[in-house]
Design a protein around this ligand. Structure first.
Ligand SMILES: Cc1cc2nc3c(=O)[nH]c(=O)nc-3n(C[C@H](O)[C@H](O)[C@H](O)COP(=O)(O)OP(=O)(O)OC[C@H]3O[C@@H](n4cnc5c(N)ncnc54)[C@H](O)[C@@H]3O)c2cc1C
Length: 417
């Protein structure tokens, strides 16, 4: 049996984050990444207090804060009328939840994780290693790559994203296409015709579309994500969500939204898909994390953050097994502990993200009027809709609104709607 305890398939934010957190608890991890180098797409990422609190505990937050922006507000706008409907005060949210809300470039997070992983002697990193074959031999796992390399270990973790090959060992399902497509990218701030300030995350909600804007890399770059429901997809066209359709879809929106669209990169587009929640992520000595376990639509801006929470939960569960050969029953117990922390919690975020998308994208008149009215009536300091996600609420930080941890069950969050 090899010295590896964990073989991690995939070195994205989820895989590298989990490898790092496990290694720091003394677990030996080999990461196999199929790409020629570790990297991320050139776009931004939001990390909410439920994630930054944990990143602070594992010493990663201080590494990424200098490249991040702490926005003042998360603002919801009507993309057609230009009306500001509601906002979250993110400084107040930081006090309430004990962690900042930050936005940053994906590469800045990935590179911070990579640098920390490279410094860990318990981690071995490989690129150009595409895993094609997996075997659970009951006292271990064997993994083979496209180039014919073979590795053995005691546990295989699939962190290989939306189209995970590892997930096929656990579930017989496929990604669920949403019919929405995203264009995104972070560009120098001076290249954007921008009508909103640099201090906010702005979400423009429109009929079958939304645009998100925020600064990254300490304010040097501006990130934009334009998403829309593709009629070309509904019409069954093979090439759907084209740049021409992007322009057509946004042509009707208010001026600050329209002027943002030309600065979006046109070369890449991302057809949006998620997965249905699974009741278990584990089979024998194989388990999942990140998008491989719980790919979600991005409307709660939680996918990468949730993958980091998976890593933290694994790092609590696995080190209890010690340094020797991991007994199968003990490993099963540790993975049950991991799952009890994470499966239902991540599943709720997956399901809620779908509902949240439906609310943002309503496209007939009456539902739109009702949505806007509900947003307008929301008090800035009413945290009902996010306590369950960003909480628990810090002692003494509650302003009289419901306490997140205790009241999550009685609050009508979208998850329960
Ligand atoms: C438009 C958009 C906006 C988003 N915004 C946010 C946000 O603001 N906040 C947030 O938290 N999340 C956000 N997300 C979600 C986030 O991007 C993902 O949840 C996150 O990147 C998942 O990380 P991962 O490591 O699990 O998977 P991935 O990033 O997909 O990484 C998987 C890795 O596995 C490798 N791999 C795949 N197959 C193999 C194989 N066979 N062998 C070896 N390696 C393999 C891949 O090359 C890749 O490096 C957004 C997503 C989208 C699409």
């Amino acid at each position: 049996m090899s010295a590896d305890q964990v073989i991690m398939v995939g070195g994205g934010i989820g895989g590298l984050g989990a490898a790092l957190m496990l290694a720091r608890e003394g677990v030996k991890v080999r990461v196999l990444e199929r790409a020629p180098e570790f990297g991320e797409v050139g776009a931004g990422l939001q990390l909410a207090p439920n994630i930054t609190r944990m990143l602070d505990e594992v010493g990663v937050l201080e590494k990424i804060l200098p490249m991040s922006v702490k926005p003042r507000r998360l603002v919801f706008m009507n993309a057609k009328t230009g009306e500001e409907l509601s906002h979250l005060d993110l400084q107040d949210a930081e006090r309430r939840y004990g962690g900042p809300y930050i936005v940053l470039h994906r590469s800045d997070l990935l590179n911070a994780l990579l640098e920390a992983a490279q410094a860990e002697e318990n981690i071995t990193l490989h690129t150009d290693h595409k895993v094609t074959d997996i075997e659970d031999t009951s006292d271990g796992v064997v993994v083979r790559t496209a180039d014919g390399d073979e590795y053995t270990g005691q546990l295989l973790l699939g962190a290989d994203g939306l189209h995970s090959v590892v997930r096929k060992e656990i579930a017989d399902d496929e990604p669920v296409p949403s019919g929405y497509v995203a264009y995104r990218g972070a560009v120098p701030v001076e290249d954007v015709d921008r009508r909103m300030g640099m201090e906010d995350v702005v979400v423009w909600m429109g009929p079958g579309l939304h645009l998100v804007q925020y600064p990254v890399r300490a304010g040097k770059l501006y990130n934009q994500v334009a998403v829309f429901r593709s009629q070309e997809f509904l019409d069954g066209k093979e090439d759907w969500g084209t740049p021409e359709e992007l322009d057509r879809t946004y042509a009707d929106m208010c001026e600050p939204v329209r002027v943002a669209i030309p600065s979006l990169h046109r070369i890449n587009r991302w057809p949006m898909a998620d997965r249905n929640p699974l009741p278990t992520w584990t089979k024998g000595r194989i388990s999942l994390l990140g998008d491989a376990a719980h790919a979600m639509l991005q409307y709660l801006a939680q996918g990468a953050g949730q993958s980091l929470l998976d890593g933290a939960a694994l790092a609590r569960a696995l080190p209890t097994l010690g340094n020797g050969q991991w007994d199968g029953d003990a490993l099963a117990g540790a993975l049950r502990q991991y799952e009890s922390e994470r499966v239902a919690a991540a599943g709720a975020v997956q399901s809620t993200a779908r509902v949240w998308g439906d609310i943002w994208h309503v496209d007939s008149y009456v539902p739109m009027v009702l949505r806007d009215e509900a947003f307008r009536r929301r008090d800035t300091y009413d945290y009902h809709l996010v306590d369950w996600l960003y909480g628990p609420v810090r002692a003494g930080a509650d302003d009289g609104a419901d306490d997140g941890a205790e009241s999550a069950a009685e609050v009508p969050t979208p998850a329960h709607a």
